[in-house]
Write a protein that binds this ligand. Structure first.
Ligand SMILES: Nc1ncnc2c1ncn2[C@@H]1O[C@H](COP(=O)(O)OP(=O)(O)O)[C@@H](O)[C@H]1O
Ligand SMILES: [Mg+2]
Length: 373
């Protein structure tokens, strides 16, 4: 094994022992550092990592236990395995003391070279694995940081872009309105129709920009954690959605559903799901929209269920929760396709997951968890 960058420390006040141990251990291919006293051992381990430390117990001045204890206090040596060597028989309590100071083994001198080498090789192997793991973790951390930075940049770019689109859009909408109000007689029927379409498209684009800005806001916002009464929230939202509409929708909201989470984000979540349920039941005579919590695949999960037009699950796979993805045309139901992307980010931020079940023409159920239940 050729491992020149890996070192072992040998601490012994008796030169013959020290040289013998060093000689035996050099055959592992490691560099061996020698220290003739506890004090010297401290000096050479303060800023250096060893795969293993072989430590004589009985030394004049600072003994092996004391040296081990102080070496272990150095951050670089906090978990370095220490093997004690004692030339004379030591009592059990002495041995326990050694283990208490970080000993992983206790050898009696004279030491059998093969055994010492075998032990050293095991520790070298562990050391190498640990180094590899540390390096890997470092690389992962760097990659994560880069990814986060890139994401943030992308986020702020789309936020700025969405934000800056508003001013020119306002101008287009405003002038189209002036034309409609003041110049209508000057236009023929197709001209008026074009103008109305400009107005309609401007309105839809405005909604799209609002949704995009909300999506960005959800991503950037820091989470609050406090008790939230989801049932009360769902009830409020249902009343807001129903408003003055004459549509006879049966709202079924399970009482007493409370969790810890971010009240603002959870409102956006429920508003989107209940809003979709409302929108996609528009053509039902007896529409029914439910919110509650049930056991699902052996785990409790919240759900929003409706008996509306539903969607084709195969067609929805991999699309449903992505921005701008819509399964229905603008003629079937208007929308931006950003709502469910926003919902998924909120669920993920709470440490949960979301999925949906539906059959075309037969309603839809959106299941979600919030946190690790
Ligand atoms: N309750 C539902 N019933 C049927 N289809 C739904 C339902 N909720 C969402 N969808 C489908 O998922 C798509 C994405 O939903 P969403 O992101 O909220 O966008 P939007 O509602 O603006 O179209 C919708 O366009 C629709 O096709
Ligand atoms: Mg929606």
């Amino acid at each position: 094994m050729n491992t020149p960058s890996i070192s072992i420390l040998v601490v012994d006040d008796t030169p013959e022992n020290r040289h013998l141990f060093a000689h035996i251990l050099r055959e592992t291919g490691c560099e061996v550092v020698e220290a003739a006293s506890g004090e010297e051992a401290l000096r050479v381990s303060e800023a250096r990592e060893y795969a293993m430390i072989l430590m004589d117990v009985h030394m004049p001045g600072m003994d092996g236990f004391e040296a081990a204890r102080r070496i272990r206090a150095f951050p670089c040596c906090a978990i370095t395995p220490i093997v004690f060597v004692s030339a004379v028989y030591t009592s059990d309590s002495d041995r326990y003391k050694g283990y208490g100071e970080g000993a992983v083994d206790y050898l009696l001198s004279p030491v059998v070279p093969e055994i010492l080498r075998a032990k050293a090789r095991a520790f070298i192997e562990i050391f190498q694995r640990r180094k590899e793991a540390e390096e890997f973790a470092l690389r992962m951390e760097q990659a994560n940081r880069q990814l986060r930075a890139a994401n943030e940049e992308l986020e702020s770019f789309s936020y700025a872009a969405a934000h800056d689109l508003r001013a020119p859009l306002r101008a287009i909408g405003g002038f189209a309105e002036i034309l409609l109000e003041d110049y209508l007689p000057a236009l023929d029927a197709p001209g008026r129709d074009h103008l109305r379409r400009i107005g309609g498209a401007t309105g839809r684009m405005n909604e799209l920009i609002d949704s995009l800005l909300e999506l960005g806001k959800v991503t950037r916002s820091t989470m609050r954690q406090e008790p939230v009464d989801l049932s009360a929230l769902a009830g409020d939202i249902a009343r807001e959605i129903q408003g003055d509409s004459p549509r006879p929708v049966e709202w079924v909201i399970a009482p007493g559903q409370a969790i810890d989470g971010d009240p603002g984000l959870l409102r956006i979540l429920l508003a989107n799901l209940l809003g979709n349920a409302w929108k996609y039941t528009a053509r039902r005579d007896a529409a029914r929209i439910e919110f509650g919590r049930e056991m699902k695949d052996g785990q409790p999960a919240f759900f929003v269920r409706d008996n509306g037009i539903g969607f084709d699950s195969a067609q929805a796979a991999g699309k449903l929760f992505k921005p701008f993805q819509r399964l229905h045309s603008a003629e079937e139901a208007p929308g931006s396709g950003i709502g469910l992307a926003t919902v998924r980010r909120i669920v993920t931020k709470h440490g949960g997951r979301i999925w949906a079940e539906s059959e075309k023409g037969d309603g839809a159920t959106f299941w979600f968890t919030l946190g690790h239940e």
